[in-house]
Every structure is written in C-alpha cells, then in structure tokens.
Design a protein around this ligand. Structure first.
Ligand SMILES: [Zn+2]
Length: 244
C-alpha cells in the first residue's frame, strides 16, 4: 500500500528531479516532511548507463537528499504522453493514495519532449485527482499545490527558495549519477557528462541566490498569486535588507 507523503517531485528520468529541485527537496526533508521523487521512466533511452546502473544511482541520490521514498512508474522512456489515459490514471492514483500537499514538475518551457509531456501529465493529474467521477476506483483528494521548477529557463520565478545550506547535498545527489555526469573511457560524450553541466547547476544556484540576497537559490513558478497576511513579516523582516 502506498504511504502518505507530503511532497512528490515528478521527473521524466532518474536525475532530472535532483537537477531541477534537489535543493528544495533536501530542505523540506530536513524540516521533517515526507518527501519523494517519482521518476516516470527508467531512462532506458539514455546515451550512457544501463537501467540497473541508473536504479542504483537513484537509490544513492535519494539517500543524499534524505528522501522518504523513491518511486518509478516505469512508463516508456520517450513515450510519456500527457493525454494517455492509462498514464494519467496511474499518476492520479498515486496522488490519491499518497495525498501530497505539494507536487513539483517540469516547467512548460522544457525543451525535451519527455519533460514537456511530464509537465502536461502532472498538471492534468493535479486537477483530476480532485474529481470523483474521473478514475472512480479511488476517492478524490484535496488538490496539491503544483510547483513548476524553472531550472535553467531564465524566466522570472514566482519565488526563489534559499538553498545555501542544501547546495552541497544537491551536488552530492547529482554526482551519484556517475553513468550520466562522469565522462569515462568507454562513455559517449554528451551535454550531461561535459564538466560544464554541473558547473552550470552551481552558476544557476548562485544567480538565483543573488536575486534573494543568499548564496544559492532555486527558482519556482506557481499559477496562483501568493496570499500574504503580513507582508512586513514576510518581505521585510527585521535585520534584513529590503530588496524589492
Ligand atoms: Zn530528463
């Protein structure tokens, strides 16, 4: 039976969630929330690395982020479809069984078709999990908040999370994927195993951190406006430089 979770990050391939939102996941796990990554595929189309290697790497990365759970829906790599009824039903079933308060998915500006389809699939599941007569096998649940991880898309985020204390854990989790990010003697050169890739993760974290006056940050977009009861307490706390 599926356990209750507070947060689920959905990723097309093992290692995507670590790159997009590893800092926030480590932070929330540190706060005591039950945090999971759900990979939609096993990454079997990747240029380097086998499914078995990637599974072991994902388990190690999950420990680095202190995840409560690591799930894999084993959808076909390259075959994620936002409008495939069977795939949507499986994501809806997971949301209804685990009842997360927050889910995280790729942004709609994603370049890779699997990431784009994952965005659509997660967005649809976030809506339909609350509708009783759609997939009526399980009862509907309160819809979770959907965060879209902005990653490297260069857009204005709705908010930036301070990950100054979690950047090391994020990088440690990414380095667990040696098959993807290490260029060995028998691996084919890719964008991922170019040393510039992990450097870019750090550069992005520093850039978004600078926006909030911190050493490192992760950017997110949400659909709704943010409700503030006391803007002074949140946006201009004492002993903090007002930046906006
Ligand atoms: Zn991917």
């Amino acid at each position: 039976m599926q356990e209750r979770l507070d947060v689920i990050a959905f990723a097309p391939h093992p290692d995507d969630a670590e790159a997009a939102c590893g800092g926030l996941l480590a932070k929330l796990a540190g706060f005591g929330y039950r945090v999971a990554i759900c990979d939609l595929t096993r990454g079997e189309l990747a240029t380097n690395g086998t499914v078995a290697e990637r599974r072991a790497e994902a388990a190690a990365a999950s420990r680095a982020l202190r995840l409560a759970s690591r799930l894999n829906l084993e959808l076909p790599d390259g075959g994620i479809r936002a409008h495939a009824e069977e795939q949507l039903g499986r994501v809806v079933a997971l949301l209804r069984a685990s009842q997360p308060r927050v889910i995280i998915g790729p942004h709609e500006a994603a370049r890779h078709p699997d990431h784009l389809e994952t965005h659509g699939l997660v967005r649809q599941a976030q809506f339909w999990c609350g509708v009783a007569r759609r997939f009526p096998d399980l009862p509907p649940v309160q819809r979770p908040l959907l965060l879209r991880a902005l990653d490297y898309h260069g857009m204005t985020p709705s908010f930036v999370v301070d990950i100054s204390e979690q950047l090391d854990a994020k990088l440690q989790a990414l380095r667990c994927y040696r098959s993807q990010f290490e260029r060995g003697a028998d691996s084919a050169p890719t964008l991922l195993n170019d040393p510039a890739y992990l450097e870019r993760i750090v550069t992005n974290a520093r850039t978004y951190g600078q926006l909030i006056g911190r050493r490192a940050g992760e950017p997110y977009a949400i659909d709704s406006a943010v409700m503030l009861d006391d803007p002074i307490a949140v946006l201009a706390p004492e002993n903090s430089e007002v930046r906006a």
